[in-house]
Write a protein that binds this ligand. Structure first.
Ligand code: HEC
Length: 103
C-alpha cells in the first residue's frame, strides 16, 4: 500500500491541474477581451462611462440576461454591438468579468 501512495497522489494532482486549466484559461480570456475591446471606453475599472459605472450598484443590480443583451445588441449610438463579433460564451465571460469589478 505504501508504494501506491505517491503515484495515486501524482495522478490526483495531474487530474486536478488538467481539470482546472480550461476554467482559468476562460477567466483569463474574458479579462483579455475586456482589456482589448471594452476598456478603451469603459476603463480598466469599468468606471469611465458616466452613469454606466460597472462597479456601481446600478449596473451590478442588472440581471446577467440584461447585461448579455446590451453587449450582444449594443446601445446606439455609442455602445457597439458584439453579437456578430463574440461568441455567446465570450459575452457571458464578459458579464462574469463585469461582476468582478463590483466595489
Ligand atoms: C466605443 C465605446 C464603447 C465600447 C468599445 C464598449 N462600450 Fe459598452 N457602453 C458604451 C456606452 C457609451 C454605454 C452607455 C450606453 C447608453 O447610453 O446607455 C455603454 C454601455 C454598456 C453596458 C450597459 C451598462 C448599463 O448601465 O446598463 C454594458 C454592460 C457594456 N457597455 C458592456 C461593454 C462591453 C462588455 C464591451 C466590450 C466587449 C463594451 N461595452 C465596449 C461605450 C462602449
Amino acid at each position: 500500500m505504501k508504494r501506491m501512495g505517491l503515484p495515486v497522489f501524482a495522478f490526483a494532482i495531474a487530474l486536478a491541474v488538467v481539470l482546472s486549466l480550461p476554467l482559468s484559461a476562460h477567466a483569463q480570456d474574458a479579462s483579455a477581451t475586456y482589456k482589448s475591446k471594452c476598456a478603451m471606453c469603459h476603463g480598466a475599472d469599468g468606471a469611465k462611462v458616466a452613469g454606466h459605472d460597472f462597479s456601481s450598484a446600478a449596473v451590478q443590480k442588472e440581471s446577467d440576461a440584461d447585461l448579455v443583451a446590451v453587449i450582444t445588441d449594443g446601445k446606439p449610438p455609442k455602445m457597439p454591438k458584439y453579437g456578430d463579433k463574440l461568441k455567446p460564451e465570450e459575452v457571458k465571460g464578459l458579464v462574469a468579468y463585469i461582476r468582478t469589478l463590483k466595489k
